[in-house]
Design a protein around this ligand. Structure first.
Ligand code: ADP
Ligand code: ZN
Length: 740
């Protein structure tokens, strides 16, 4: 019998919830989907969304927009366990997309880059001691149980090894019930860093800066701080205090480093301060490590992440502090795919998380410097090197006076003399030249033919040890030819200009007894694309004192601390200063200042010799006087008068494709279509610096606008006027920092 009064029956088929689902693909926006009956999913919820005849990961982004009938929408299934991206990350993705003029799905793809992070975890089987103890125990069995006494889970092989028995003995104990299975997660956990593990005694400057950062972390609000101090003044120690403060308050911390500075040395230094290594995030991680780290960040198990720029897009659930070390570094600019500047976006991420961000540098970018001077960023200054170390003595060597002997081409007599003294004193030296290989140009003495890359407008660089010529843009290589490819003359090819290998050759000629090594991305393993994993033979050898002289590119300029290094020789200080780009002077200053900062980091005073043909140039003069701020003020004035950043805005369009004619045609069409607007100038099109790169023709247009102009709105309106065929790509670079 049915009861007389029925509860109102819940209809089985309610109208379904709809949602706009963002897919990690470069589509214009979110797509509408239905959610399964009775299910609602908030912004950020991860779903499996059918797309065509496959299924893709998607994220609920907002409410559905379209008017398509329910029955035409497909169903997006929330993932098991209902994982979701944090709201602040979703907002950040929207912001980055709007600012860089990329489709939000393309930015989302960067935040979902860890394939499989949301799939169920694999478990390993392991064993612990069970309840049953067999009546008769052999000596071998006793040993196994003694090992298992500590309650730790071990594999069969692990137990056998620890007890020094055969696996069969362990299996016998399992069969007898003396060992029982337990499940281990795929990976060990991330142990939490201990804020009090080894706190240093700070000096007065450092303590003041650390207190300001501590206050910012405690306030837990968005704020930007420039941590500004010469190399060796203890910036790392100070921001570690901010990390400690954030740890103590239960926050997660992100430390962004330029990829090149992500070294084992840094991780070890972190471990020395906090007792454990931080989680790492960079291009060298395996898929497995990625998945593991991604999950741990999302669940809040990884408390501190040290990563390259892509770590900005990790799903932190409790982010409370962002640090950008070496904030002036160009490597923070992502140039492929979605073009963005990780330093600028770090500030945006901190804003969306409402937490402080610390920008640290001995040579801040002019943008950051001006922001600090104008009070938008808090300026924290460390004015002296820690302890006894003084700033090095920087001297210019005028290379126009070539009083060289015949057999000396790159090492001036003054530099050789200083080198002799340094080596005699048992100290170390560094020779710096920002050019890999043996010689940047090979040409035929007979016909003048220059060896160039077939796919790039670039010279082939000779690598003498490998006997090859290589394009540093695309990786094209040939065996070093014996005859000129153009006129077939024998032995007529000559190497022009020096690379580090050639400097090393000359060095070895003058100092046959010295122990030296070359450090460039050819010799320092895993440094160009990545990670700290196996670091870096020559640099390590230098740190251990196994060599006296390191000869290298900018790979060795950063972050390394060699206490016994007292002499730095810069072979060609003018390199990079002459390419007419807006930031060339700033970059030269920063790089050479950084390189100079390697000298005399401990008690012994340092000497830096800059070989230059422009000794009266403002950059060289500022370096020699140690007058950083004077240089910044002067450079700032130049930029102000030119309406250049940070006093004006720039954006670039890079038009590229394999069909050169089509590229030039679209570039011209864009140039013509540029709408006239107040306070906006459009330059170009002109061929890019690399007019041919990896086989693609490249043209550039540059937008220069006043500070208050909405450049994105202008670009959007402009780009809508020109139909671009699929074979041509138009990339937008907002705030370009290089003009290649
Ligand atoms: P920066 O990051 O400014 O280049 P670091 O933080 O690397 O400077 O400091 C330079 C060196 O001085 C490091 O070896 C560091 O451990 C040491 N140092 C700095 N401050 C202190 C301090 N307060 N106590 C002990 N050592 C310090
Ligand atoms: Zn090439």
């Amino acid at each position: 019998m049915r009861p007389a009064r029925l509860k109102p029956e819940i209809p089985l088929l309610q109208p379904q919830h709809r949602a706009g689902v963002l897919l990690p693909l470069p589509l214009a926006g979110a797509y509408d989907y239905k959610l399964p009956p009775g299910i609602n999913a908030p912004r950020g919820a991860l779903v499996a969304a059918p797309l065509g005849n496959r299924e893709t990961l998607g994220v609920v982004w907002g409410s559905a927009e379209g008017t398509v009938g329910d029955n035409r929408l497909k169903i997006a299934e929330p993932l098991d366990g209902n994982p979701a991206l944090p709201q602040a990350l979703c907002d950040f993705i929207d912001w980055v997309a709007a600012y860089t003029l990329n489709p939000p799905g393309a930015i989302l793809a960067m935040a979902l880059r860890s394939r499989g992070a949301f799939e169920p975890e694999a478990h390993r089987i392991a064993y612990v001691k069970g309840e049953i103890v067999p009546a008769r125990l052999s000596e071998a069995r006793k040993r196994v149980l003694a090992v298992a006494e500590d309650g730790l889970a071990r594999s069969v092989a692990g137990l056998a090894e620890d007890a020094n028995v055969s696996p069969a003995v362990v299996r016998g104990l399992i069969a007898a019930g003396a060992l029982v299975t337990t499940q281990l997660p795929e990976f060990a956990a991330f142990p939490p860093p201990d804020p009090d593990f080894a706190a240093p005694q700070l000096n007065a400057d450092q303590a003041a800066a650390a207190a300001a950062l501590d206050a910012a972390v405690t306030a837990g609000k968005f704020s930007v701080h420039l941590l500004d101090g010469v190399t060796g003044s203890g910036k790392t120690e100070v921001y570690f205090e901010a990390v400690a403060a954030a740890l103590a308050r239960g926050k997660q911390i992100l430390i962004l480093l330029p990829e090149i500075a992500l070294t084992v040395q840094f991780l070890e230094r972190f471990a020395a301060r906090f007792g454990v290594r931080p989680a790492e995030w960079h291009s060298d991680l395996s898929q497995k490590e990625r998945r593991r780290t991604y999950r741990a960040v999302m669940r809040g198990e990884a408390r501190v992440v040290v990563g390259a720029r892509s770590s900005l897009f990790l799903p932190f659930s409790e982010l409370g502090l962002v640090i950008v070390d070496e904030e002036h570094e160009q490597a923070f600019k992502q140039q492929d795919g979605a073009i963005y500047h990780a330093r600028d976006m770090a500030v945006v991420r901190a804003k969306s998380e409402d937490c402080p961000v610390v920008l640290s540098s001995a040579t801040p970018s002019l943008e950051t410097y001006v922001n600090a001077r104008q009070g938008r960023y808090q300026h924290l200054m460390l004015s002296a090197r820690h302890g006894a170390a003084a700033m090095p003595d920087v001297r210019l060597i005028d290379m126009r006076r070539r009083e060289f002997e015949d057999n000396s081409r790159w090492l001036s007599p003054a530099l050789r003399m200083a080198m002799t003294e340094t080596l005699a004193a048992g100290e170390q030296a560094m020779l710096f030249l920002n050019r890999r290989g043996y010689a940047p140009l090979t040409l035929c003495a007979g016909c003048g033919h220059k060896l160039t890359c077939p796919s790039c407008s670039a010279w082939l660089v000779e690598h003498r040890y490998r006997r090859r010529l290589a394009c540093h843009q695309c990786g094209y290589e040939i065996a070093a030819p014996q005859t000129c490819p153009s006129c077939a003359a024998q032995d007529s090819l000559i190497a022009c200009g020096p690379g580090v290998e050639r400097v090393a050759e000359e060095f070895a000629h003058f100092f046959p007894a010295a122990r030296y090594a070359i450090a460039s991305s050819d010799t320092v393993q895993g440094s160009l694309h990545s990670g700290p994993a196996e670091m870096q033979g020559p640099i390590r050898a230098m740190a251990k004192g196994e060599i006296d002289v390191l000869i290298g590119t900018q790979i060795m300029a950063k972050g390394h601390h060699f206490p016994n290094l007292t002499l730095v020789g810069v072979i060609d200080a003018d390199l990079g200063g002459s390419d007419g780009d807006l930031r060339a002077r700033e970059r030269t200053f920063q790089l050479l200042h950084q390189v100079s900062g390697r000298a005399g980091r401990a008690e012994k005073p340092g000497l830096v010799l800059l070989q230059t043909r422009n000794p009266h140039d403002a950059v060289m003069q500022a370096l020699a006087r140690g007058d950083r701020d004077g240089f910044y003020e002067q450079e700032g004035d130049l930029r102000r008068r030119a309406g250049a950043p940070p006093y004006g805005r720039l954006a670039a369009l890079i038009v590229s494709g394999y069909d050169g004619e089509a590229v030039r045609e679209i570039a011209r069409a864009l140039g013509k279509a540029a709408p006239p607007a107040k306070d906006i100038k459009v330059w170009g099109p002109t061929p890019a610096f690399y007019a041919l790169l990896r086989g693609q023709t490249r043209e550039r247009l540059l937008v220069q606008a006043g500070k208050g102009v909405d450049v994105q709105a202008y670009l959007k309106a402009w780009l809508a006027l020109v139909k671009v065929p699929a074979a041509v790509r138009v990339a937008v670079d907002v705030d370009p920092i290089s003009f290649f």
